[in-house]
Design a protein around this ligand. Structure first.
Ligand SMILES: [Mn+2]
Length: 336
């Protein structure tokens, strides 16, 4: 943290505050790990609340303190009362208010001091204090640094578990290019706080329902390769979801299987969402192939260089056809 930022943060918390932590919509382990770590850190001397824009995968219910997370979609009145009293808002693991979905207007209308901690590129300018670094592995790694610069002695097993989980999830267990020697050093320090490495891995990756395995089977079966290009894509139809009792988070990580094929640099997953009238798209890549610019140029999305998302309002079939045309064009323009 810059000296000036640290000064304003220290001043802000020199008295008791009413703090709200907000993750991005459909929060993942990094977003909720960040919220919960800070929740535990500030819990003793402040009023603290976590408000999620919507529901999250039940896989993350093992995170200590997760029973306190409020869901704005199902508890509007309570959440709005909390907003009225809040005087500090942390927005975590996102940098554009639209990522907070239906909470975005409450955040922008609030008179509270807003603090963004985030590791995505091109942060918007909505926060009073912006702590942004796209070279960081995860928001959780940044939250670790944030906590250390205020009071490192407060890190306990609960805080360490939340931070470690977010880092492990966002770095694919310390193997994505964003993993630095410092990331590993942070991991090492968290293990010194008694983090149970095996248990966290098991809870994150080996904790699914049988039907999710069948869903993975159909997603893998649907993979197609674009002839002559290092690109594969697959889809999960509305019917696949119905047959396999699809729950939020069930398709997490499926897209990565495409990158396990030799010489494939880009893998894409399309998920049909008939109730929302759109197709949700996940882009993953490696090597020289960067997907964030492609996602924003052609599919109204964006994200990290190697992990981005997007949407399409066409049908699944039309989306796939459009994708094939767009990716060919993009590769021709940028990589040939
Ligand atoms: Mn993240």
């Amino acid at each position: 943290m810059k000296d000036l930022t640290l000064k304003s943060v220290t001043k802000l918390f020199s008295e008791k505050r009413n703090i709200i932590f907000i993750p991005h919509s459909s929060p993942d382990a990094d977003a909720l790990g960040s919220c919960l770590a800070l929740y535990h850190f500030f819990n003793q001397e402040n009023e603290v609340n976590i408000i999620s824009p919507n529901e999250y995968t039940e896989i993350l219910n093992f995170l200590p303190g997760s029973e306190n997370i409020l869901n704005y979609e199902t508890d509007k009145e309570k959440c709005e009362n909390i907003f009225n009293k809040g005087n500090v808002i942390f927005t975590l693991d996102f940098n554009s208010l639209s990522r907070a979905r239906n909470l975005s207007s409450l955040i922008s209308k609030s008179s509270a001091t807003t603090i963004m901690i985030d590791h995505h590129e091109n942060p918007n300018n909505y926060a009073d204090i912006t702590i942004s670094n796209s070279r960081m592995s995860s928001t959780c790694e940044m939250v670790y640094d944030f906590i250390c610069s205020i009071d490192k002695s407060k890190i306990d097993n609960k805080i360490a578990t939340c931070i470690y989980t977010g880092i492990v999830a966002d770095t694919g267990s310390f193997r994505f290019p964003s993993t630095t020697s410092k990331t590993l050093k942070v991991g090492s320090e968290l293990i010194n706080h008694g983090v149970n490495v095996t248990e966290i891995f098991e809870k994150l990756h080996n904790n699914f329902q049988f039907k999710r395995l069948k869903l993975l089977g159909s997603a893998i079966n649907n993979f197609k390769k674009i002839e002559g290009l290092p690109v594969v894509y697959t889809s999960i139809t509305e019917n696949d979801q119905k047959v396999n009792d699809f729950k939020k988070g069930d398709s997490e990580g499926f897209v990565n299987f495409g990158l396990s094929v030799a010489d494939i640099l880009c893998s894409v997953l399309f998920i049909e969402k008939k109730d929302e009238g759109l197709i949700k798209i996940s882009f993953r890549s490696k090597g020289d192939f960067k997907v964030n610019i492609f996602a924003s140029k052609y599919f109204n999305g964006g994200g990290h260089e190697y992990a981005s998302g997007g949407i399409s309002k066409l049908s699944l079939q039309e989306t796939e056809e459009k994708f094939i045309i767009d990716i060919k064009k993009y590769i021709k323009e940028n990589y040939e």
